[in-house]
Design a protein around this ligand. Sequence first.
Ligand SMILES: Cc1cc2nc3c(=O)[nH]c(=O)nc-3n(C[C@H](O)[C@H](O)[C@H](O)COP(=O)(O)OP(=O)(O)OC[C@H]3O[C@@H](n4cnc5c(N)ncnc54)[C@H](O)[C@@H]3O)c2cc1C
Length: 424
Amino acid sequence: MVTQQDTLYAELAALVGAAHVRPATPADAVEGRLPRYVVAPGSAQEVAQVLRVANQAGLRVAPRGGGSKLDWGQPPAALDLILATERLDAVLEHAWADMTATVQAGCRVATLQQVLAQHGQRLALDTLWPERATVGGILATNDSGALRMRFGALRDLILGVLVALPDGTLARSGGKVVKNVAGYDLQKLMTGALGTLGVIVEATFRLYPLPAAQRTFSLELSTPALAQRLLLAILDSTLVPSSLQLRLSTASAPVVDVRFEGIAAAIDSQADHLRRIAAELGASAPVEADEQVWLAREALWQAPEGAIVKISVLPADWATFVAALERVAQRLRLRWTLVAQALGLGMLQLSAPNDEALLAGLSLLRAAAGQRGGALVALRLPTALKARFDVWGPVGDTLALQRRIKQQFDPRATLNPGRFVGGI
Ligand SMILES: Cc1cc2nc3c(=O)[nH]c(=O)nc-3n(C[C@H](O)[C@H](O)[C@H](O)COP(=O)(O)OP(=O)(O)OC[C@H]3O[C@@H](n4cnc5c(N)ncnc54)[C@H](O)[C@@H]3O)c2cc1C
């Protein structure tokens, strides 16, 4: 007897080849949800055809790149298929004279950077885990790092996208040139949509040159308030750092890291200027630091347990937020490490003596950030606790619009159902 499951397998195998469909194993589960199959299409057309079949059959699909951030967002409401982008890993075009590149979604960020470096160029973005993260994955989660300070985030770097929609359509938006204003910015809509609107198949980015030289300086400060004054003084000066980072924890005093890029003489001059700013504030002198300090955000994820949350506050509000954090931590006996990059965006690792203290701490910190227009989004949280804490928090008055967009792109809720804000 041919079961419905067998029929599905046969249909998928006919589309992508039997070697590229397999039954899922526990290692493929997403937050406890075990899919039925893992399918790895080999072309944009195959991605679209797999989606069309899934959509018609009422199956739920999770796109998967490197799998480095699959536990971000709410757990999927249901899951039948993992659509793996592992075979779509080519850099399709490096138009180095135009400073753009077009790349398939399954290409690892580190691989892309190696190809671009052959012509002295880069995607000016320092994402988490570039060896593992794929272009599609960083776009879907809108991941960015310290370089956002100078070069912007992904929506500033993406020029065009090719997306497979659940009905099997391939939609192209944007282009391969930097000056490009025609049509909808579908690429920006897809960036940060957590794979709930379409599967990103290809993307085109604007590029920047690799710097001739770069140097990093660190300054240890006696209090968060002094660190705040230093950050604002740097922002208010003529200095042009490519990255600016604040690190502090329950156990360690604040440190501000500053990175300058360019030609050696220009960096020397900026370093002198930084020394003068520090001296005027009565802060310790900057010391040259290793580039490893920029991996502080990744290091947060080595903590074996607890939560990791993204904090957005105004650049001028870090000291106020840290004061609230210290009060909450003392009351609930939390331990924490904060790495704030690009100034208004930070990642905070929190450990608590028990789940109740962790949840209470997260709620109090969300309220503290929210009081001044900021936000707290939980990135890592034990799956069981996600039922008791909305990882996204209040979305404001855009939710109705976001639901209409979802309805337009994915009316049958085929893609990553339930993972995004408001149950989208
Ligand atoms: C779990 C998770 C972690 C993420 N982590 C990062 C990250 O580290 N860095 C990063 O730059 N982006 C991240 N993103 C993507 C980011 O949340 C969304 O792409 C958001 O649209 C990015 O906007 P922002 O960074 O400018 O604002 P944010 O500060 O991320 O968002 C502000 C608020 O908007 C809500 N929100 C989230 N997505 C949307 C949306 N599409 N439209 C409207 N409101 C939204 C959030 O709940 C938050 O309260 C993450 C996404 C997920 C799924």
